[in-house]
Ligand binder design. Structure first.
Ligand SMILES: [Zn+2]
Length: 231
């Protein structure tokens, strides 16, 4: 009886409008990128940020194990702050907004000839602390646009410290060596792989992940990250 009454109330337009107005007052929406307050009911991106979205960035990295890379953004300014909120501030829903831009970077710069979509998983400890794996969320969001379902192929050992706490490229390479192991070699053998990660800095992490995937028999590995640092 009580449930029926609640359902009827939820169907009432005036009730819904009132609830939405209260939500907007208590939790005003902010733009995913610049974090400015938005009009109630507006999309999560302000028009200024949408207008300023750059063309995707891409290149190849000599000496790295992956073939090519593409990124949606430079890792700086408001985008950097946005990604930090996504990774450390609990804003997991940002993945939904990042996904189409990352998918655009993939299709424009790397094409669509992939057999397998996978990602650089965070360690089980980090995942437990954070409550989610941001790379998995990104891969799921990209997969929606590319019509692919991400497969977790790499497992990261918990002893590896975050790359952001390393000092230089040499230490990054040393820290990440042996950090991954393959979950299921059969799943990667002979596959053209698209590997998703959040930020490309020196490329040491995705290079090591690519090395492990190629070692397990993958045909090729291309990398797509949400953002890339200038150096
Ligand atoms: Zn904005």
């Amino acid at each position: 009886m009580k449930n029926n009454r609640n359902e009827r109330r939820a169907d009432c337009p005036r009730y819904r409008t009132g609830v939405n107005a209260l939500k907007a007052l208590l939790w005003p929406r902010r733009c995913v990128i610049c974090h400015s307050f938005l009009e109630p009911g507006a999309d999560r991106l302000c028009p200024a940020c949408v207008a300023a979205i750059p063309e995707p960035i891409s290149g190849d990295r000599r000496g790295a194990h992956y073939r090519r890379w593409a990124s949606a953004f430079w890792y700086e300014g408001a985008i950097r702050a946005s990604i930090l909120r996504f990774k450390f501030g609990g804003c997991r829903f940002y993945a939904h907004y990042y996904g189409p831009w990352l998918a655009r970077a993939v299709t424009q710069c790397l094409g669509t000839q992939f057999d397998l979509l996978t990602y650089v998983a965070v360690s089980p400890y980090r995942r437990w602390r954070r409550g989610y794996d941001q790379s998995a969320l990104l891969a799921q969001a990209v997969g929606k646009d590319l019509d692919m379902t991400p497969l977790p192929t790499l497992r990261k050992r918990s002893r590896v410290k975050p790359q952001s706490r390393t000092i230089d490229h040499a230490e990054r390479q040393q820290n990440i060596r042996g950090a991954f192991r393959i979950v299921d070699p059969e799943a990667v053998r002979g596959k053209r792989i698209l590997l998703i990660d959040d930020v490309l800095t020196t490329g040491a992490t995705v290079s090591e992940a690519s090395h492990v995937l190629l070692g397990a028999g993958a045909k090729s590995v291309d990398v797509a990250t949400l953002a890339v640092t200038r150096k």
